[in-house]
Write a protein that binds this ligand. Structure first.
Ligand SMILES: *Cc1c(COP(=O)(O)O)cnc(C)c1O
Length: 455
């Protein structure tokens, strides 16, 4: 048995992989990476079509981010934020406050997206318990979106809505209310397309009006619901939700963990509808995808409810050992500066357009239900029947088979059921997009048959 085989063996036996059936596990082992490319221990090169789970922004091993981490390593690798501080966490908090959509000058660090959602949920709760101008202690529940994903810790699952993840742990979760999934793809029967947004907003207005007295917050993934299958909300939905939550005195928590840091074409997705949330969660791409760090941004209105004499017991009762870790903060600061230095957002529309152009031919494939895209979030939805948009049974693992074929053709993609998400690093080049699109196209034809011209 050579060293690679030994590693593969140990990988299957000792390493319990996230969201993976270990009985049949067979993932690549990555030795190194550069730019948009991963290299396995066998020496195979794979284009990172999923940005290592939607987080790599400027490519792997970017010299500026690498150097920022090395420089920080020469200073200090870990400082707790429980009663101490360090320059990079301070600077990063300041930078995030400057860049926030609206006035959100207060930044709480954690180490992963799920925790940043827990923080937002708990902050919203404690805020209503101890707000100075009119406490509302009965505001203890949340409105979330059916099919939403906010992470895997119990609090974030409680405000999530992916049935398969939620139902297993139901007895452990706190109850919250669910509104319908705003989806431009699946029009509710009888609703004309141009009334889609107002139709959904009416549903949300009813729910919020009915439950306002007990609602602490509405939790939403702005513009695109990631794990739900890159579901795109109708334009105006987020904006409308903001107006309704203001009207009924309910906080709005924007989960920008997947959509933030430039993914949809603006730094924050909220900016596209000029929405200023009360709490904002960011993670994934925050450090350029290099090191685990997430943050919850809050308005002064929320922050002020937590201020007072020590004896009033108003501090936020929450903290993570590695929240605001110096190495991760250094990577994040460098990543944010790179967004401006490399004009990442100015270049993004052309990249996104090239991706759209290369995916477009797939639209006529008999088993492609829809191609969705917003900035550099794209998805190809595979369906059994185009006319009725009926999906394949999940047990057939069509999405997985297509991704396996794409991996064999040199691009790493990971399916969400029968949806193939395409979220390359924002720094991807047009030739790399061509490689990705060619691989995906051939793989779809291999699994689902040849392209036929649409009738
Ligand atoms: C990935 C993700 C999370 C969870 O972040 P982790 O770092 O995996 O805990 C939460 N919300 C959204 C929208 C995400 O895409």
């Amino acid at each position: 048995m050579d060293e690679t085989d030994r590693l593969k063996d140990w990988d299957r036996h000792h390493l319990w992989h996230a969201f993976s059936q270990m009985a049949s596990y067979d993932g690549a082992i990555i030795q190194s990476a550069e730019g948009c490319w991963l290299e396995t221990v066998d020496g195979t090169r794979l284009l990172d079509g999923a940005s290592s789970m939607w987080c790599i922004v400027h490519g792997h091993r970017h010299p500026v981010i690498d150097q920022a981490i090395r420089d920080q390593l020469d200073q200090v690798a870990q400082v707790t934020l429980l009663g101490m501080s360090h320059p990079v966490a301070i600077r990063l908090a300041r930078r995030l406050a400057e860049l926030a959509p609206g006035k959100m000058p207060h930044v709480f660090f954690s180490s992963d997206g799920s925790s940043s959602v827990e923080v937002a949920v708990k902050m919203a709760f404690q805020y209503w318990q101890q707000r100075r101008t009119g406490r509302r202690p009965e505001k203890t529940t949340y409105l979330a979106v059916e099919g939403a994903y906010h992470g895997d810790t119990l609090g974030s699952v409680s405000v999530g809505g992916i049935a398969r993840f939620v139902s297993m742990f139901q007895p452990l979760l706190f109850s919250s209310i669910r509104g319908p999934t705003p989806d431009t793809y699946r029009l509710p029967p009888g609703i004309p397309e141009d009334q889609l947004c107002s139709w959904y907003l009416d549903r949300y207005r009813q729910l919020i009006a009915q439950h306002a007295h007990q609602l602490a917050a509405v939790v939403v993934e702005p513009l695109v619901m990631g794990a739900a299958g890159m579901v795109m909300a109708p334009p105006g939905f987020l904006r409308g939700l903001r107006e309704i939550t203001r009207q009924y005195e309910v906080l709005l928590i924007a989960d920008e963990i997947a959509v933030g840091i430039g993914r949809t074409g603006t730094l924050w997705a909220c900016q596209q509808e000029e929405v200023e949330p009360d709490l904002l969660c960011t993670g994934k791409g925050l450090s350029g995808g290099y090191l685990p760090i997430a943050a919850t941004l809050a308005t002064s209105e929320i922050w002020e409810a937590f201020l007072g004499d020590y004896s009033e017991s108003r501090s936020f009762f929450h903290g993570h050992t590695f929240g605001g870790n110096p190495l991760a903060c250094a990577a994040a600061l460098a990543n944010l500066e790179l967004l401006f230095q490399e004009q990442t957002l100015q270049k993004l529309p052309l990249t996104a357009e090239h991706l759209a152009m290369r995916l477009a031919p797939l639209a006529s494939h008999p088993h492609v239900g829809q191609i969705r895209q917003r900035g550099l979030i794209a998805a190809v939805e595979l369906v059994a029947d185009r006319a009725t948009k009926t999906g394949f049974p999940w047990s057939e693992e069509i999405g997985k088979k297509v991704c396996q074929g794409t991996i064999r053709r040199g691009t790493w993609l990971r399916p969400l059921g029968n949806v193939i998400p395409i979220l390359p690093p924002l720094s991807i080049g047009t030739e790399e997009i061509d490689h990705l699109a060619d691989g995906l196209m051939s793989s779809i034809e291999e699994v689902l048959g040849k392209q036929r011209t649409a009738v």
